[in-house]
Design a protein around this ligand. Structure first.
Ligand code: RB5
Length: 146
């Protein structure tokens, strides 16, 4: 079974979403696209909520969300227990988001990175493993009081 990635963006992330989606598909991943489907202005939560819910329902394995800053998408995703969304704007951040935070959602700032950078960030985020150990203890404490 292919690794399933929920991908979504608002108008400010649309073009990068399209480039990342094509890259994922070419690389053999299953990219499930939750919109948006044009550069027409829309509200980022309307694309983020269904993408995140697909992960929580087990219909997707991880998620990639892109808006202008990546911040709005990160806020929506982290609204859900079980989601660890991290904003990454370079490959070093993406590697640490996986190795230390076991991030299951990647958010990226469409207005501040180009498509090549987004693809490099995505590749790193998909290949870097979770280090576990002390990081598992820390990740386990994130939702302790919920
Ligand atoms: C849209 O103008 C912008 O607010 C959105 O893409 C995002 O950056 C919100 O966090």
């Amino acid at each position: 079974m292919k690794f399933r990635i929920a991908i979504a963006a608002d108008h400010a992330g649309f073009r990068i979403k399209e480039a990342v989606k094509k890259h994922l598909t070419d690389a053999g991943y299953e990219a499930q696209d939750f919109g948006t489907h044009s550069v027409e202005m829309m509200d980022y939560p309307d694309a983020a909520h269904p993408a995140v819910r697909a992960i929580l329902k087990g219909e997707c394995d991880r998620g990639i969300l892109i808006c202008g800053t990546g911040l709005g998408m990160q806020l929506v995703a982290n609204h859900y227990a079980g989601i660890r969304a991290t904003l990454c704007w370079n490959t070093e951040m993406a590697e640490l988001a996986r190795r230390h935070n076991d991030a299951n959602v990647l958010t990226m700032p469409g207005r501040f990175i180009d498509a090549d950078s987004a693809i490099a960030i995505t590749d790193m985020w998909l290949k870097a493993p979770f280090d576990g150990g002390r990081h598992a203890r820390r990740v386990g404490k994130i939702e302790r009081d919920i």
